[in-house]
Write a protein that binds this ligand. Structure first.
Ligand SMILES: CC(C)(COP(=O)(O)OP(=O)(O)OC[C@H]1O[C@@H](n2cnc3c(N)ncnc32)[C@H](O)[C@@H]1OP(=O)(O)O)[C@@H](O)C(=O)NCCC(=O)NCCS
Length: 189
C-alpha cells in the first residue's frame, strides 16, 4: 500500500516499512545487518564501509531500507551499471564468453541485498528488490550471488533472474559467484 506524500510503503505482513534509505548516513547500521545476514568479520566490515560510501557517490546510486519501529532490518542498494566500475570489469570477460556481454549496458545493478535473519522469509527481500528496480529507468537488472542453491538464488530465480555466467571468481573472494540478469519490471507471483 502506498502512502502518498511519504514515499514509503508499509509492508503487508507486519510493522515493516519499506522506504528510501540515506545509506551514507546509516552505513554502520546497514553493515551491522549485512554482517549478521551474510557473515562479515570486523575487518571485512571496515573494508565494505569505504566501498559503500564510495558507491553512494556514483551517479544514480540509490538505496532502500526496511525498518521496524525505525530500526533498520534490511536494505538494498544499486546503481546503473558502468563498464568502468570494478564489478563490471571483473564480470565482463565471463559474460563475453557466454555471449551475454550486452547485459552490461542499460542495466541496473543490485550491489547488495540483505535482511536480518530474525526478519527473513517474510517477503522483505522480495519487496526491497522489486521496489528499487521498479524505480530504475533501465530495462533490465544484473547482479552477482554466491554460486550455490541459497535462498538468495531461489529468490532471484523466482523474480526472473537467469544465470548469465557461473563460477565467476572475484579477486579476494574465496567462493565463486553466479552473475544473473532479469528483464524489468521483475516478475510478480
Ligand atoms: C536473500 C535475502 C535477502 C532474502 O531476504 P528475505 O526477506 O528472507 O526474502 P523473502 O522472504 O522476500 O523471499 C524469500 C524467498 O527466498 C527463496 N528462498 C527462501 N528460502 C529458500 C531456500 N531454502 N531455498 C531456495 N529458495 C529459498 C524463496 O524464493 C522465497 O520466496 P517465497 O517463499 O516467497 O517463494 C536473505 O535471505 C538474506 O539476507 N540472506 C543472507 C544475505 C545474502 O545472501 N544476501 C544476498 C547476497 S547476493
Amino acid at each position: 500500500m502506498r502512502f502518498p506524500g511519504h514515499g514509503h510503503r508499509r509492508h503487508p505482513d507486519d510493522d515493516i516499512v519499506i522506504g528510501p534509505l540515506d545509506l551514507s548516513a546509516r552505513v554502520d547500521e546497514a553493515l551491522a545487518v549485512q554482517a549478521v545476514a551474510f557473515g562479515l568479520g570486523a575487518d571485512e566490515v571496515a573494508v565494505r564501509r569505504q566501498i559503500v560510501l564510495r558507491h553512494m557517490t556514483y551517479p544514480g546510486a540509490r538505496a532502500l531500507g526496511a525498518t521496524s519501529a525505525g530500526r533498520l532490518v534490511g536494505f538494498v542498494y544499486g546503481m546503473p551499471n558502468d563498464r568502468a566500475h570494478w564489478w563490471s570489469t571483473v564480470v565482463e570477460p565471463y559474460l563475453r564468453a557466454q555471449g551475454h556481454e550486452t547485459w552490461l549496458d542499460d542495466s541496473f545493478v543490485i550491489t547488495e541485498l540483505h535482511v536480518h535473519p530474525h526478519h527473513q522469509n517474510r517477503g522483505i527481500g522480495r519487496s526491497l528488490i522489486t521496489t528499487i528496480t521498479d524505480g530504475a529507468a533501465e530495462p533490465r537488472s544484473i547482479l552477482s550471488a554466491i554460486d550455490t542453491d541459497s535462498p538468495a538464488r531461489g529468490l532471484y530465480h523466482s523474480l526472473g533472474y537467469m544465470d548469465l555466467a557461473r563460477q565467476v571468481l572475484f579477486p579476494s573472494a574465496p567462493k565463486p559467484y553466479a552473475v544473473m540478469g532479469a528483464p524489468l519490471p521483475l516478475r510478480r507471483r
